[in-house]
Design a protein around this ligand. Structure first.
Ligand SMILES: *[C@@H]1O[C@H](CO)[C@@H](O)[C@H](O)[C@H]1NC(C)=O
Ligand SMILES: *[C@@H]1O[C@H](CO)[C@@H](O)[C@H](O)[C@H]1NC(C)=O
Ligand SMILES: *[C@@H]1O[C@H](CO)[C@@H](O)[C@H](O)[C@H]1NC(C)=O
Ligand SMILES: *[C@@H]1O[C@H](CO)[C@@H](O)[C@H](O)[C@H]1NC(C)=O
Ligand SMILES: *[C@@H]1O[C@H](CO)[C@@H](O)[C@H](O)[C@H]1NC(C)=O
Ligand SMILES: *[C@@H]1O[C@H](CO)[C@@H](O)[C@H](O)[C@H]1NC(C)=O
Ligand SMILES: *[C@@H]1O[C@H](CO)[C@@H](O)[C@H](O)[C@H]1NC(C)=O
Ligand SMILES: *[C@@H]1O[C@H](CO)[C@@H](O)[C@H](O)[C@H]1NC(C)=O
Ligand SMILES: *[C@@H]1O[C@H](CO)[C@@H](O)[C@H](O)[C@H]1NC(C)=O
Ligand SMILES: *[C@@H]1O[C@H](CO)[C@@H](O)[C@H](O)[C@H]1NC(C)=O
Ligand SMILES: *[C@@H]1O[C@H](CO)[C@@H](O)[C@H](O)[C@H]1NC(C)=O
Ligand SMILES: *[C@@H]1O[C@H](CO)[C@@H](O)[C@H](O)[C@H]1NC(C)=O
Length: 600
């Protein structure tokens, strides 16, 4: 667990002296990253020199391509190593930086009197953290930190738009954060007020036949419950409780899962689960305040656990971005919490086989080095046999604003050009990204819009080459040319119901929606599939995409209606086969189970 370090005497001394004078070799600084002042953040003045920040220095992983090769081999159903996941130790060996990089970074820190004992580092040494006052960080990074206030919600953070590193260590450091990181991992859910304002959907008293041929209660067209999803997604059979299978749900931003809300939900929708519970892990000061139930976490836990019951569940509550008071000496590490979670989970000896996360932000607000560090961390989990599901976002091809009419879709490369705005971590090639559907038969969700598109950071992985090139070649020539990067990793991979799910929040039944719902729903199906595999003596599924694009799609229901409006366009259209709105489609548990039990 990454608890903020206490201030050591050494660092306190630095705070007052802050005048260590490194040798010339360390002072010829070369810019490492430089960005445009980010939209919506207002510079409100210099950061206080004595404010502490927790620098995270990421080192290059020269053998990462080896890890990636292992990841793809053990995730490819046609490969002889399918399912032979790597141990924690093997993965750590593969992401180890070179000795030269470790030495160079160590010597650079020593120039500022920062010793090994002042630092915290990962088991593989691919990152080093050190807590320093702004005044010292400014010297080390040849920069000036400012306090920034968000124009819309008033959040305050300490960041810079440019920083440098001595030439001598440029190649030994991937990046240092928080510096240029302005991303904020928002919840992917539409607000309850939007749901309440939404037009009524006429009730259907009979049954409806879904596109896959399953028969679903008519009420499910207006309200989604656990039994609706079981009918719709052909979930049959009884999971075992004793095979060690687990599902994890990640929570951030002081959004807390509530025990009583879960019991109320169970009482109504999963009576056999009443009295069962989930465990939780508090990371980096995260809490689980039962007086403050969170809609996002309640949604994630209720559908993630309700649909996968009796799979054991764990809730991760990661702290890390509390309100910041600029004049207090050390109120916050002013860090963004995402990598804190990853650092914790990567160091855990045992990790749930399936984990869902419903948070993300515009890819372009996440510095490239940060996105790479996080994405490579997901690859490590995949190689260890963990299936990671992320929601695709709720604003279609646009920026994180739900109402397409309010989206601006400016590129932040200095030109303000209009472009489609992909989401991260949805755009990471090593995770499975889940888009949203609604109604029965299912169509792409349209009250808000299923996030989808193409990464500007990550190239298209080969597992989706065929599916994506087929889709691209079906687009009329010139469609949205210049608005998206056709060579980028395309998402979502799959989809699931994302509107009008009935949860219990703060004691009351409430309809809620968003791809925030789609991710835990799909993850619950994956957890049930893992359960079947484990019961049959097979490996868990691990990284899903190579399997999904090669054989798994036969156990998915293709969604062919709808589109994902954004940026003043109607966005991408659904189509037969993969599309940039609903991916390969929604799950059919029974068919997937039959496919997956025949794999080695
Ligand atoms: C990378 O892998 C090669 C060959 O497997 C090995 O010789 C080398 O030591 C590894 N590098 C690191 C930094 O572990
Ligand atoms: C990783 O876990 C081990 C064993 O629990 C612990 O000693 C070590 O401090 C942890 N490392 C980090 C970076 O959290
Ligand atoms: C559905 O049920 C409602 C109330 O129970 C009833 O008024 C309505 O006529 C029914 N509709 C159909 C199509 O059966
Ligand atoms: C389900 O709801 C959708 C959207 O409200 C509607 O268009 C469709 O007719 C309904 N389907 C049935 C079978 O009632
Ligand atoms: C399976 O679960 C259902 C409830 O979902 C229960 O009625 C049934 O008895 C269970 N069957 C077995 C074999 O446990
Ligand atoms: C679940 O665990 C929490 C925390 O340990 C506890 O407060 C709560 O009463 C438990 N609920 C049930 C139904 O056991
Ligand atoms: C929990 O939340 C309540 C209500 O907001 C608040 O009064 C209380 O201080 C919080 N408890 C903790 C330990 O933060
Ligand atoms: C900025 O992005 C737009 C849209 O992708 C592109 O056309 C333009 O060339 C870019 N300009 C610079 C200076 O990078
Ligand atoms: C881009 O937009 C920002 C914010 O509205 C503005 O300050 C800036 O001058 C614009 N840049 C260009 C090149 O139009
Ligand atoms: C498009 O994506 C590729 C990676 O596939 C990347 O190298 C390139 O920089 C991207 N182009 C733009 C304009 O972002
Ligand atoms: C698009 O253009 C390519 C060549 O530039 C051509 O091969 C293809 O048939 C065109 N597709 C359509 C749908 O017009
Ligand atoms: C549901 O799954 C079973 C296999 O478990 C399969 O036989 C059946 O055809 C599936 N139903 C539909 C409608 O796909």
């Amino acid at each position: 667990m990454l608890v903020a370090r206490r201030i050591t005497p050494v660092l306190l001394a630095l705070l007052t002296v802050a005048s260590a004078s490194p040798s010339a070799r360390w002072t010829t600084s070369k810019v490492k990253d430089s960005i445009e002042p980010p939209r919506n953040w207002i510079n409100i003045g210099e950061a206080p020199a004595n404010h502490f920040i927790n620098l995270r220095i990421a080192l290059p992983q020269p053998n990462f391509s080896e890890l990636e090769r292992h990841l793809y081999e053990v995730s490819d159903p046609t490969h002889e190593r399918y399912g032979s996941h790597l141990s924690k130790e093997t993965v750590e060996e593969l992401v180890k930086p070179s000795e030269e990089s470790m030495d160079a970074v160590g010597r650079w820190l020593e120039e500022y009197n920062i010793q090994e004992k002042d630092c915290k580092k990962s088991e593989s040494s691919d990152w080093v953290r050190v807590r320093v006052p702004v005044a010292l960080a400014e010297k080390m990074l040849n920069t000036k930190y400012y306090t920034w206030k968000h124009a819309v919600d008033g959040e305050i953070i300490v960041r810079t738009t440019s920083y440098g590193l001595p030439e001598a260590i440029h190649g030994h450091v991937l990046g240092v954060q928080p510096t240029t990181m302005f991303g904020r991992f928002n919840k992917h859910r539409s607000s309850i007020s939007i749901i309440k304002d939404a037009p009524e959907v006429s009730a259907n008293n009979g049954t409806i036949t879904s596109a896959s041929g399953t028969v679903v209660d008519g009420s499910c067209n207006s309200t989604i419950t656990v039994s609706c999803l079981k009918e719709l997604y052909n979930v049959t059979g009884n999971a075992s409780t004793t095979n060690g299978n687990m599902i994890g749900l990640a929570g951030y931003l002081e959004d807390y899962a509530n025990f009583q809300d879960l019991q109320d939900f169970y009482a109504e929708q999963v009576p056999e689960a009443v009295g069962s519970n989930f465990s939780y892990v508090l990371i980096n000061g995260g809490q689980l305040n039962q007086s403050e139930p969170g809609e996002e976490s309640d949604l994630d836990m209720q559908f993630g656990l309700g649909l996968s019951y009796p799979t054991k569940g764990v809730f991760y509550s990661t702290g890390g971005s509390p309100p910041f008071t600029p004049d207090a000496i050390t109120t916050t590490d002013s860090n963004e919490p995402y990598l804190d979670w990853l650092d914790y989970v990567l160091n855990a000896s045992s990790v749930p086989q399936t984990i869902s996360t419903s948070y993300g932000d515009d890819e372009q607000t996440v510095p490239y080095d940060y996105a790479v560090a996080a994405c490579n961390g997901f690859a490590q989990l995949g190689a260890r046999g963990v299936s990671l599901l992320f929601s695709s976002g709720d604003s279609g091809v646009g920026d994180g604003i739900l109402d397409p009419k309010e989206q601006t879709c400016f590129s932040n490369n200095g030109t303000n050009a209009t472009i489609f705005i992909p989401e991260f971590p949805a755009s990471c090639p090593y995770v499975t990204t889940v888009g949203g559907t609604q109604s029965i038969p299912e169509v792409a969700v349209s009250r808000f819009f299923s996030g989808g598109g193409f990464s500007n950071y990550f190239a298209r992985p080969s597992y989706q080459d065929d599916a994506v090139t087929t889709y691209l070649s079906s687009l009329p020539n010139g469609t949205y040319a210049g608005l998206y990067n056709a060579s980028g990793r395309a998402y979502p991979d799959v989809s699931a119901q994302g509107d009008r799910l009935r949860i219990f929040f703060d004691g009351d039944a409430t309809p809620i929606g968003g791809t925030s719902a789609s991710s835990p729903v799909f993850a619950a199906v994956v957890a049930l599939l893992n359960n079947e595999r484990i019961d049959a003596g097979l490996s868990p599924l691990g990284f899903l995409n190579p399997m999904l694009y090669s054989v798994g799609f036969k156990g998915l229901t293709d969604i062919t209606e709808g589109h994902n409006t954004g940026c003043g366009t109607t966005g991408f259209n659904t189509s037969e086969g993969w599309d940039a709105v609903t991916g390969l489609g929604t799950p059919n548990f029974g068919l997937l189970k039959d496919i997956l039990l025949t794999l080695p």
